[in-house]
Design a protein around this ligand. Structure first.
Ligand SMILES: C[S@@+](CC[C@H](N)C(=O)[O-])C[C@H]1O[C@@H](n2cnc3c(N)ncnc32)[C@H](O)[C@@H]1O
Length: 254
């Protein structure tokens, strides 16, 4: 525990405390088996977070939380591993595994240093997991190490534009003006809790991904449906129908 980086220790405490608030979303995710993504629950047919072939592929979910994404992958025939920094989130995931009769490895650990050999996986995925809460200059090279050549990494995070427009105060939605600098955007500590997030500009993502050995295949800017709803206060539907509030990066290891 003492050897964990400071942001990982803080985020562990944060997510252990927050875990009860994620139980019901986790239960719902495990029941549906119809993949949908992000805060607007956009269907898989629009986002294509999963590659076409999953059967018998080795897959890792980086920051799996309650592991509903991993459950969707396992049901599609993937040999999936979930890693998460929060024991409490994993406790929910393990209970849901038992209830749904699905078993796959769930590792309590930091996605910046995964206890698997090089080239162990064909696909890595993260939905608001390590891709938001781990240091991109550590977890992206680690994902590249874990993937085989031609392996894919897909991740969904808050859109760069949204992060520029969200006020620091809790429960205030994104405004229609820029509230922070784009240049140098990296580590963000919101004043209302003790967690640490990481957000990069598009330019910095591109440099990091390419330098880590990835080719960029797609950047999907999510558009919520007409009547989409979210339980999160940081963006309104009106805002998200005009500008990207979430984005999906799809990259392939060279
Ligand atoms: C919002 S949940 C993501 C799970 C799910 N997709 C969701 O949207 O609810 C964020 C998860 O990332 C995990 N996490 C944060 N930092 C991490 C790290 N360095 N390594 C692995 N998991 C991490 C947290 O413990 C938490 O369970």
């Amino acid at each position: 525990m003492n050897q964990l980086p400071e942001h990982v220790r803080r985020n562990r405490a944060h997510w252990d405390q927050l875990a009860p608030n994620y139980v019901s979303a986790g239960e719902h995710g495990w029941i549906t088996n119809e993949p949908n993504w992000g805060i607007w629950s956009v269907p898989e047919s629009e986002v294509r977070m999963f590659p076409d072939e999953l059967a018998n592929k080795d897959v890792i979910e980086l920051g799996c939380g309650t592991a509903y994404v991993s459950s969707w992958l396992a049901r599609r025939g993937a040999r999936v591993v979930g890693i998460d920094n929060s024991e409490q989130q994993l406790a929910t995931a393990k209970r849901l595994q038992r209830e749904h009769g699905l078993d796959f490895p769930l590792i309590h650990g930091n996605a910046e240093a995964v206890p698997y050999p090089d080239a162990s996986f064909d696909f890595a995925i993260s939905e608001y997991g390590a891709c938001l809460w781990a240091d991109p200059y550590r977890w992206v090279p680690e994902a590249a190490r874990l993937l085989r050549p031609e392996g894919r990494l897909h991740f969904l995070v808050n859109a760069f534009l949204l992060t520029l427009c969200v006020p620091a105060e809790d429960d205030r939605a994104a405004e229609d003006r820029l509230l922070r600098s784009a240049f140098g955007m990296y580590r963000i500590e919101w004043p209302t809790d003790d967690s640490v997030e990481f957000h990069l500009s598009h330019g910095d993502w591109i440099v990091l991904l390419r330098r880590s050995g990835f080719e960029i295949e797609d950047l999907v800017e999510i558009r919520p449906g007409a009547n989409a709803k979210t339980r999160y206060p940081f963006v309104t539907l009106e805002w998200a129908r005009q500008w990207p509030s979430e984005e999906v990066w799809k990259v392939r290891k060279r």
